[in-house]
Design a protein around this ligand. Structure first.
Ligand SMILES: Cc1cc2nc3c(=O)[nH]c(=O)nc-3n(C[C@H](O)[C@H](O)[C@H](O)COP(=O)(O)OP(=O)(O)OC[C@H]3O[C@@H](n4cnc5c(N)ncnc54)[C@H](O)[C@@H]3O)c2cc1C
Length: 280
């Protein structure tokens, strides 16, 4: 199938993109790795595509004042190869190779992944697990939204119709930071049937401030707060049992709800071990 006809505009700046977004039924084009598929399948038929790839200053990784900032147009491959990401945002480094395949990571952008908010995507779960923030610019000016408030529903975020995600910001890893990541996919590079991105702090074998974020098991990345409490009490099996009250997966094309719940427990046992390991 071919896309429905659309007009194309290349934005020169963030302000230009915001102005163009004011026109009826416009959509931003970043890496195009998700958007082109939805256009070709006619799941989406915008009148105007606004190409943001030529906008300067939206790409790059910086570490300042205890935060890692990743510009929206930063390609997955840049994050995957960044020594700053390995050192200061190791959860992102662990997740990155699981995102599609090399060709997709060459074009796909960090901002596109977070804005698209696929419930089975790795980066939204990592952003939420790290307690990060999203930088947004729009007709009403700039604002910052916490990851906890950003993912609203299935492919639905806090972004307004005339807004553009400009960057994500993550707390940089500290000495006592701990991370864990695991996912189950049919083949490496496929979207996850179920996945888990986790963070915490550890003093010896004592874990605190755990954030367990599952993906592929609901409409949005989902924090498992009851399991977090059980895990900081040192009881992994109680944490696994708690998932029944934390998660409510539905059947999808990949697996039924019972399989996803089972996998969530398996992933939690694996990640619980990782969370107590110090990283060099
Ligand atoms: C075969 C295949 C396998 C894949 N596997 C995975 C996987 O395992 N895990 C995974 O996470 N992803 C996967 N992806 C998706 C990939 O990561 C995409 O790159 C990503 O989801 C979207 O990024 P993009 O830059 O390509 O965005 P685009 O496709 O250009 O845009 C996606 C959506 O986000 C909006 N958007 C883009 N940038 C912005 C912005 N800055 N501000 C506001 N809105 C914006 C667009 O308007 C559009 O609605 C896969 C893709 C393919 C084709």
């Amino acid at each position: 199938m071919k896309p429905a006809p659309f007009a194309y505009a290349k934005a020169k700046s963030v302000e230009d993109a915001i102005k163009l977004l004011g026109q009826a039924d416009a959509r931003l084009l970043a890496g195009g790795q998700s958007l082109m598929a939805t256009l070709n399948m006619r799941l989406s038929a915008p009148k105007l595509l606004i190409d943001i790839n030529g906008i300067g200053g939206l790409s790059g990784i910086s570490v300042n004042n205890g935060y890692v900032e990743i510009g929206a147009l930063t390609r997955h491959v840049e994050a995957e190869r960044s020594t700053d990401i390995v050192r200061h945002a190791p959860l992102i480094a662990l997740a990155m190779p699981h995102i599609g395949h090399a060709a997709i990571r060459n074009r796909g952008t960090i901002g596109g992944s977070v804005a698209f908010a696929d419930p089975a995507a790795e980066l939204p779960a990592c952003l939420l697990g790290l307690g990060g923030e999203v930088e947004i610019a729009g007709g009403q000016g700039k604002r910052t939204v916490k990851a906890d408030d950003f993912f609203k529903g299935l492919f639905e975020t806090a972004l307004g119709a005339d807004e553009i995600l400009t960057a994500i910001r993550l707390p940089a890893a500290a000495k006592d930071s701990r991370i864990g990541f695991a996912e189950f996919a049919r083949r490496h590079g496929d979207y996850a049937i179920a996945g888990l991105a986790a963070t915490g702090k550890a003093d010896g074998n004592v874990l605190s401030e755990a954030r367990l974020v599952f993906f592929g098991v609901g409409a949005t990345p989902a924090r498992a707060k009851n399991a977090e409490s059980a895990l900081v009490n040192g009881d992994v099996e109680a944490a696994v049992q708690s998932l029944g009250s934390d998660l409510a997966p539905h059947d999808d094309v990949q697996a039924d709800a019972a399989t996803k719940m089972h996998l969530a427990g398996v992933l939690l046992r694996r990640v619980a071990k990782q969370l107590l390991e110090a990283r060099s």
